[in-house]
Design a protein around this ligand. Sequence first.
Ligand code: 13P
Length: 292
Amino acid sequence: MITNSTEMLQAARAGHYAVPAFNVNNLEWAKAILQAGEKAQSPLILQVTSGAAKYMGSFRLAYDLIVDMHDALHITVPISIHLDHGTYFDSLKTLGISYTSIMFDGSSLPLDENLAKTATLRDLTKDQDVSLETEVGTIGGEEDGVIADGEIAPVDSAVAMAKAGVDMLAVGIGNIHGQYPKDWKGLNFAHLQKIDDAIYDALGKRIPLVLHGGSGIPDDQVRKAIQLGIAKVNVNTEGQLAFHQGLRDYILSDEDLKGKNYDPRILLTAGTDQLVEMCLDRIRVFGSGNKA
Ligand code: 13P
């Protein structure tokens, strides 16, 4: 079933697990993510950045690819099709082509402008039953050309954004997009708790929080973050590394030189298989298996 992200994230928050949000980079990614989710019976968020949409052709092509793959594989678990780190323009565009969930990333804008644009998108998404994620502060590292070096979300901005009525909120708590440096200090759990409590004090309820840069964080830290309110974990780099390693091993073993193994439908399977394994492993750590 193709649905929005709201219900699955609320269930995750209440059930102390997190829904994996895997970035889709191409056809193999869409296939691997869906196969893993179905196998583990996990709800899924398949998310697309503007960089990935450009690579594949367009946001519409990425949307159609995911929908058609979902249908072709007879997927039964709930999935949402999500815009990852969208500009205001990307947000409007993907709303126009039926994405069921969007992230408007106004984190580089002044807070007032971020909130104003969020309010407009809140109205539009509500009308269309689409989920809305936003971000305050910044998340370190680089994501498909979106560069940010701040790491800790200001608590008052997080509360203001929660009051604006978003369905889920990305919070910088020391997390970084891409690979973590050796001297990384780890997630700031005290800050996560502070944000979650401040939102509860202001709203009288807790909302699903989102952890970006989910690749390469030690499992025990991911699990602890989930216990403290993270209900969506974004993973991209880990999939790229898994795919690369699978393909590299295959080629270095000279398997690609045998028979017709140069055929991309055979060659790329070595990477895709590792991608499926990576997704299954994250689902295990996030606790979302059998929650479909
Ligand atoms: P990683 O590439 O570090 O896993 O981050 C993914 C992400 O946060 C997408 O928004």
